[in-house]
Design a binder for this molecule. Structure first.
Ligand code: AMP
Ligand code: GLY
Length: 423
């Protein structure tokens, strides 16, 4: 089979790595890919949001399967674009149509979906410019801290946690005033949860689902979870505090009601659902859905899946995921993200990277890199995801951290404490 993978980050490197191991993979194209994905297939420099360019590529290369990594093309309707085109309609796309991607594309929609289907989530209310006065009054009586969320996609920056009523009122006005552009034309005001976060993923064909290994993502830039939020500085899988009983509870109170809710709402969903969860006491609550896999969670999750990923995708496309049994490695995965100095603020690109071949017990999944005349250079904030799969969590953490130290570029930074809080 010829496969097209859309995206360019560490998540896509992990997908490409895993799919290229399949006997069913004849040719793999990655668009646009990065400085490392060329090791698994052919990079094609097109923008995944340029659907006409994607179509031209799909027809020219006789693509039989399209896998969409990031959320934006899904929220923009790439799956619908395929279905509406006679030449593309029969080609399976892994990733939901617009009607399903809205679970991530609109926080207001997803909160209403959770409420409608009795899925445990913190209390919330949405406001717009028309209801700003009510919003300000609502905040006056709200407990603190309070969470404000821009409704639409805001490149991971649309959530603001406010410690005082005055800050929250100012933030509400800024968001509704266009701080995040159109994404903030609706603002969800949500109760603040105290607990510990984790991510759970399913792959669903709309009727059946398989639960993938859970993961924990480390969002803050600084050691010991301090400083600014990032796209993710590392991840581990499995998550020790997510024991069998807790995961059963997640399935019963969150996953099954979500799959059934999609069916009740006539949303035919094909692809990944990412459940952003909090463990509050013993109980799971959901704070968000994403319509794709997480990054850097994917880099820790995929190495633990022993199935052929292309077979899993074809079973998804053909609505026969019920025939599939997931084989999960009992080993532990840890991912340490190496980032550019200054990230998540301003940072420089184009730094030559040395030492990738020196790593001993890990895989270096390229994230923000480019390949220029044979030299790998940094090309983004999150540069490389170093993943190690070992018998114990300690070994995995230690190997990934030690290998991250073996790679060098000017200004490089990584957290040395990823996962050690769970020991
Ligand atoms: P998101 O962009 O939705 O992933 O949110 C970013 C981060 O904000 C999450 O990873 C949480 O750490 C935090 N967050 C979001 N919602 C809540 C909440 N209701 N209570 C506490 N923290 C939250
Ligand atoms: N690591 C969080 C995300 O992918 O949204």
């Amino acid at each position: 089979m010829n496969i097209l993978l859309l995206g360019s980050g560490g998540r896509e490197s992990a997908f490409a790595w895993k799919m290229s191991q399949s006997e069913q993979c004849s040719k793999l194209f990655i668009a646009p890919g990065n400085g490392g994905t060329g090791a698994y297939g052919t990079n094609i420099n097109i923008n995944p949001n340029d659907f006409e360019a994607v179509k031209t590529l799909v027809l020219a290369e006789n693509i039989n399967l399209v896998v969409v990594g990031p959320e934006e093309p899904l929220v923009n309707g790439i799956h619908d674009f395929f279905l509406a085109d006679a030449q593309l309609a029969a080609i399976p796309v892994i990733g939901p149509k617009k009607e399903g991607a809205i679970l991530e594309g609109s926080k207001d929609f997803s909160k209403e979906f959770m409420a409608r289907h009795d899925i445990p989530t913190p209390a919330s209310q949405s406001f717009t410019n028309e209801t700003l006065a009510q919003g300000l009054t609502y905040l006056k009586h709200h407990s603190l801290p309070v969470v404000l969320k821009a409704d639409g996609l805001a490149a991971g920056k649309g959530v603001v946690i406010c410690e005082t009523t005055a800050d929250a009122q100012e933030e509400l006005q800024l968001m509704l005033g266009g701080k995040f552009g159109n994404a903030g034309s609706i603002v969800v005001i949500e109760e603040f949860l105290t607990g510990i976060e984790l991510s759970v993923f399913v792959l669903t064909d709309g009727d059946n689902y398989v639960i993938l290994p859970e993961a924990k993502d480390y969002k803050k830039i600084g050691q010991a979870d301090t400083g600014l939020n990032t796209g993710g500085m590392g991840s581990v899988s499995p998550v020790p505090f997510a024991d069998e009983k807790f995961l059963k509870d997640v399935e019963e109170s969150i996953i099954i009601p979500t799959i059934n809710g999609l069916k009740k709402d006539n949303i035919d969903y094909t692809g990944f659902i990412f459940f952003g969860l909090f463990k509050v006491g013993d109980k799971p609550m959901i704070i968000e859905y994403n319509c794709r896999m997480g990054d850097p969670e994917t880099e820790s999750v995929l190495p633990r899946i022993e199935n052929d990923l292309i077979e899993l995708f074809m079973a998804t496309a053909q609505k026969r995921l019920n025939e599939v049994t997931l084989k999960i490695s009992p080993k532990n995965a840890a991912t340490v993200m190496i980032v550019a100095g200054g990230y998540p603020g301003d940072y420089e690109k184009g730094k030559a990277i040395a030492g990738i071949d020196n790593i001993r017990k890990s895989i270096a999944f390229h994230a923000g890199t480019s390949l220029e005349n044979g030299v790998v250079k940094s090309n983004g904030g999150r540069v490389l995801a170093v993943t190690s799969l070992q018998d114990t969590q300690f070994e995995a953490l230690q190997s990934a951290t030690a290998d991250a130290a073996r790679i060098y570029f000017d200004g490089k930074y990584f957290r040395e404490d990823i996962g050690f809080d769970l020991m």
